[in-house]
Design a protein around this ligand. Structure first.
Ligand SMILES: [Zn+2]
Ligand SMILES: [Zn+2]
Length: 220
């Protein structure tokens, strides 16, 4: 089954958007497919692994034991924008140390720790809104290990950057693709590290709730 981001997930509200209260599939962009970002994600993944290997050999900024790596491609007004990031607060420390070899030179590294500003995220029209999010404390359907503070996830950082840029240019995103996968560092007995090379990762339990709200064009 294809991983889709920001839609068709019934974890919350039985498929309804917490903002406009319509079914999520009524949004102009009802979900985001990963396919168009797969090549960019692969190159980024290679670059992160290269950094992880070099960190093992000499001192450098340590990578978090587990983080989500994300890549997004967005087009508007016949311009194509490429973005990569990792989740969490290491983005600002790790990304400047990544060797860009293999990545298209126009790739933008999103270095924000969080894109939650004054409790607000950005919607698809660049409009700030207060996300409605349930945590594992509020709902038995949400798993603690899959819940993260809103604003810190790779997918949210990527979309926020896209929506900031399109609003600045007075455009709407015409086509967005986004793909995520894990970086996980498992030390093994032999001293070798195993880095996860799984396929596209599905959203965490925060993104399942928040991404549809980011794709909603309702003003706050
Ligand atoms: Zn997430
Ligand atoms: Zn909505």
């Amino acid at each position: 089954m294809t991983t889709l981001y920001g839609g068709s997930d019934s974890l919350i509200n039985h498929g309804r958007c917490a903002r406009c209260e319509q079914p999520i599939d009524r949004h102009k962009v009802p979900y985001i497919r990963p396919d168009g970002s797969a090549a960019l994600l692969d190159s980024f993944k290679d670059a992160v692994y290269r950094l992880a290997r070099s960190v093992l050999q000499k001192s450098g900024p340590a990578l978090p034991p587990a983080t989500m790596m994300g890549a997004a491609v967005a087009s508007f007004k016949s311009q194509k924008m490429l973005y990569v990031t990792i989740s969490g607060d290491s983005a600002g420390k790790i990304l400047p140390n990544i060797d860009r070899k293999g990545l298209p030179k126009e790739t933008i590294f999103v270095q924000d720790t969080t894109v939650l500003v004054n409790g607000k995220l950005l919607g698809i029209k660049g409009q700030p809104f207060t996300p409605a999010v349930l945590s594992w404390r509020d709902s038995a359907d949400i798993r603690q290990e899959r819940y993260f503070t809103p604003g810190q996830c790779a997918a949210q950082k990527l979309l926020s950057q896209i929506f900031t840029t399109t609003k600045q240019r007075g455009a709407a995103p015409e086509c967005i693709s986004l793909a995520e996968t894990f970086f996980r560092d498992y030390p093994s007995d032999s001293g070798k590290r195993i880095w996860d090379t799984a396929d596209f990762a599905e959203s965490c339990d925060t993104c399942k709730q928040v991404l549809p709200q980011m794709l909603c064009d309702l003003a706050d």
